[in-house]
Design a protein around this ligand. Sequence first.
Ligand SMILES: Nc1nc2c(ncn2[C@@H]2O[C@H](COP(=O)(O)OP(=O)(O)OP(=O)(O)O)[C@@H](O)[C@H]2O)c(=O)[nH]1
Ligand SMILES: [Mg+2]
Length: 323
Amino acid sequence: MTVASRRQRDVPTLVGLAREGDPRAVARLISLVEDASPALREVAAALAPHTNHAFVVGLTGPPGVGKSTSTAALVTEYRRRGLRVGVLAVDPSSPFSGGALLGDRVRMQDHATDSGVFIRSMASRGHLGGLSWATPQALRVLDGAGCDVVLVETVGVGQAEVEIASLADTTLVLLAPGMGDGIQAAKAGILEVADVYVVNKADRDGADSTVRDLKGMLGLGGRHTEAGAWRPPVIKTVAARLEGIDDVVDAIEKHRAWMESHGELTHRREARATAEVEAIALQTLRDRIGDLRGGTALETLAAKVAAGTLDPYTAADELVAGL
Ligand SMILES: Nc1nc2c(ncn2[C@@H]2O[C@H](COP(=O)(O)OP(=O)(O)OP(=O)(O)O)[C@@H](O)[C@H]2O)c(=O)[nH]1
Ligand SMILES: [Mg+2]
């Protein structure tokens, strides 16, 4: 049996098993995605008919604010509501994947034996933002495996918030008292990406003033102050004691209902798909340009441009015409 035909047998079998909730099949499919396996195309095609069910919730915020604790608490609440939950923890600093984020795993221990929960850590492989390029595909795997909700946790390191927002249906931004969050939040641009604010560690001093600061800032301007816009609520939680977590889930549900009634959910998902298709198409074009005339076409044209015998636009036209 050739490698290709073995793969053809494997992928549909894996997808079938994943759809039945087999955690090993889910893990295997995510590994294929992460490793950019040649089977990626086939995996994507096999999953497509079974996707667009899961609701994606992104959690971001500064280091140590309680994202992992909140993620675990949200899993508990969603399970209480009878939903199947997937968790993707994306660690921007870790060169490891799969078994990384031991601390997070420990926090997830309660859920480790629950067949209604899939937990996966991913490294971001030095990708500029906090998120791995493989995250959208991994989301599809969890979606295809029948998750009703997928929680994506990533640490807020600048660009990551923007990326998580482009990936999630609802984005939670977590803050905690006494982290200078007000100004930090504004600086990081997270006022633009949050659909729901969570002020965690509300058992600590200063939670109320953090809430006040945030509400004050939300009134100052930005997309949320436009007429008819969604107004992000600010919710206090003590994630470590599961306090306020039901309110967070209610807020997510409200945001979802708002998006559905305003066509925003479709809009967000289409924008996400647009970016994804475009990225794949551009990569394909780049690969084909690289292959042109045994890989020498670009080099030859570039030499002419550098020597001043050809202008760059004409060179680019020639390159494109050769595809
Ligand atoms: N007092 C208090 N501590 C909390 C609360 N939630 C989380 N913590 C603690 O805060 C610390 C950090 O929590 P994590 O959930 O690991 O925070 P994180 O945002 O995931 O951290 P990174 O992934 O490292 O950025 C841990 O020691 C938690 O036990 C809370 O509501 N109150
Ligand atoms: Mg964490």
